[in-house]
Design a protein around this ligand. Structure first.
Ligand code: FPP
Length: 270
């Protein structure tokens, strides 16, 4: 698949050659409403500005060679927003898919959907499915659109599948659950970014976020730019991921056995 560099792009390529990049970034796009309010505009104007910001972010993440990007765009709780806002958000998804699907395909991006599609208007369901179908063989990057997604609903659905598959309790382990989540084809997120300064997960990828590094960026989503991504990646690359263990260089010397002195093994006993 040839990579088409879009003529709209003015950004320079990523300046960083980082040794440790996440394989999967997931973003909670927050702050559209506050962005709009500060400008005396409607919340929907904020969501429109947020939609316009998506392409730039996808391009930047793809330029880094990061293979998975998930965007949390509409949660299972967002239905409780005023009807006009919910309707406006649905129209924005439709608009976005109409305008961007071909471009995503030309850029080698595979689109997948996370969440319950069945509650959406049938026309919108078709649009999502068409985007998924058109791009299914692309390999440069996977873009997961979490739309009508909730972490708890995802786990409940996985439990239902386990039961209906007739799995015996003693045969259930973590992979039994992971393989039945909406993210079955995706690795767990290494880095979750939330914009607009709030520090919570808001029912996003609850199971999958077990060992994700978290990055809270003050910028509202419509203002979130490539420099924010660069900074988040620099910070990520400097973090030591422990997965509940202790890296060798931080262990008490007497506890480092001859076997793992030079290894990357982690001590999970404590
Ligand atoms: C949170 O901001 C944002 C949302 C609930 C919607 C996110 C949607 C988009 C960025 C646009 C549509 C996406 C696609 C893929 C077409 P908020 O409204 O809660 O902001 P606030 O906390 O400042 O009120």
């Amino acid at each position: 698949m040839a990579i088409v560099l879009d003529s709209h792009r003015t950004e320079t390529p990523p300046p960083l050659h980082l040794k440790r990049l996440p394989q999967h970034i997931a973003i909670i796009m927050d702050g559209n409403g506050r962005w709009a309010k500060e400008r005396g505009r409607s919340r929907l104007a904020g969501h429109r500005a947020g939609t316009e910001n998506i392409r730039k972010v996808i391009d930047r993440v793809a330029d880094y060679g990061i293979p998975y990007l998930t965007l949390f765009a509409f949660s299972t709780e967002n239905w409780s927003r005023p009807q006009y806002e919910v309707r406006g958000l649905m129209q924005l998804l439709s608009f976005y898919l109409r305008r961007e699907t071909k471009k995503l395909d030309e850029n080698g991006i595979r689109v997948v959907h996370l969440g319950d599609l069945s509650a959406l208007h049938p026309r919108l369901q078709r649009q999502v499915n068409q985007a998924v179908e058109l791009t299914r063989n692309n390999t440069r990057m996977t873009l997961a659109l979490a739309w009508n997604y909730g972490g708890r609903a995802d786990i409940v659905e996985a439990v239902r599948r386990i039961v209906s598959d007739g799995v015996r309790p003693e045969d259930i382990d973590e992979s039994t659950v992971s393989s039945r989540l909406a993210t079955t084809d995706l690795p767990d997120p290494d880095l979750i970014i939330r914009t607009a300064g709030e520090m919570r997960i808001s029912n996003f990828l609850l199971w999958q976020a077990a060992y994700a590094e978290l990055s809270f960026i003050p910028a509202y989503w419509p203002d979130f730019g490539t420099s924010n991504i660069d900074e988040a990646l620099i910070t990520y690359s400097q973090r030591t991921r422990r997965f509940g263990g202790v890296p060798n260089e931080e262990r008490d010397p007497e506890t480092v056995s001859a076997n793992d002195k030079n290894g990357a093994g982690v001590d999970t006993s404590g």
